[in-house]
Design a protein around this ligand. Structure first.
Ligand SMILES: [Zn+2]
Length: 332
């Protein structure tokens, strides 16, 4: 159900003000071990004079760590004299999930990135989403949401935008994608975009860029570097920060619904190609071994199209229906 009521929750610091300020978003959270308890989600607001209103988020999923650590670092270290306008930084959007190191909230089991449905009276993840959409996204000129593959996926690092209906918005998004400077810039067709922060921002005509920087539930020096440089580049590009854009080549790619490969069997998964590798249609990309049928040949998983293996399942086991791989093609 959609509503336009004032969201639940409040900020401990005002959106207007100057300088670097640390505070939190506070929501009521009554529970067995704290009757009148609250949930506090840490955030920082950096303001300096005229300029855009920018929202930087990470920890939308709690098992993705490049974004949270990068945004915590930038919240402390960004030179506030070089900030233009207001930058709101939320390193752990789904803070309970980040604290637990799980993709979904341990409180209500919800996926934050499917909870942007304006549910003021929903459960706690929906209330966080409702506050962020009503109070921050509506004010924002631009939003950057930093993701990674988490514990069950692994990606060749990319930044992403979506195909938008408006040609000017498409151009603006593509320029921001190139400025971010990830090795791959995806015009991503999502498997399921309902309730995503992405959709909430784009439907209001605001600039949105996200990323998938690695995965496996950990980070590498490369993915941490890409997150930091990309965020600074993004801020400089949109005029929220007085900095030089450190240009780096970005290969523009895209996908469609056929690019997603799901497992049609369960077992032990052996990938015979790496992420970032080019494959041709019909090529074997993985084998699923059935540990309970050792006399059977493993099931071979074929690429349905020619392209790059952009992402894959992470872990040694796979279940029927699990995401297995994502292929991407160059944009002409
Ligand atoms: Zn994510």
């Amino acid at each position: 159900m959609t509503n336009n009521l004032t969201p639940r929750g409040k900020l401990s610091i005002g959106l207007s003000g100057t300088g670097r300020r640390f505070g939190h978003l506070e929501l009521p959270w009554s529970r067995n071990d704290s009757a009148w308890g609250t949930l506090r989600i840490p955030l920082a607001i950096l303001s300096n004079g005229e300029g855009p209103f920018t929202l930087l988020t990470a920890g939308n999923h709690g098992d993705e760590f490049e974004g949270p650590m990068t945004l915590m670092d930038l919240a402390r270290t960004l030179d506030v004299d070089r900030v233009r306008g207001t930058i709101v930084i939320i390193p752990g959007l789904n803070y309970p999930a980040l604290y637990a190191g799980t993709r979904l909230s341990p409180i209500d089991g919800l996926n934050m990135n499917r909870a942007f449905r304006r549910r003021r009276d929903g459960s706690i993840t929906e209330q966080i989403a409702d506050f962020v959409e009503a109070e921050l996204v509506t004010r924002a000129d631009a939003v950057l949401d930093i993701h990674s593959g988490g514990k069950t996926m692994f990606f060749h690092p990319f930044a992403a935008i979506h195909k938008l209906a408006d040609e000017n918005e498409n151009r603006r998004a593509r320029e921001a994608l190139i400025a971010f400077g990830a090795p791959i810039g995806m015009v991503l067709e999502e498997l399921d975009n309902e309730g995503m922060l992405d959709t909430a921002v784009e439907s209001k005509g605001k600039l949105f860029v996200s990323t998938e920087l690695g995965g496996g539930g950990s980070t590498t020096p490369e993915t941490m570097f890409l997150a930091r440089r990309g965020t600074l580049n993004f801020l400089s590009h949109i005029g929220a920060y007085d900095g030089d854009i450190e240009r780096s080549p970005t290969r523009l790619m895209s996908n469609d619904q056929h690019s997603y490969i799901a497992a049609d069997d369960a077992g032990l998964i052996e990938f015979v190609c790496n992420v970032g590798e080019s494959v041709h249609a019909g090529q074997v990309i993985a084998k699923i071994h059935r540990a309970d049928q050792i006399g059977e040949q493993p099931r071979r998983i074929l690429a349905r199209s020619t392209g790059m293996v952009l992402g894959r399942h992470f872990g040694g086991h796979i279940a029927t229906g699990d995401f297995l791989a994502l292929l991407a093609q160059d944009v002409e």
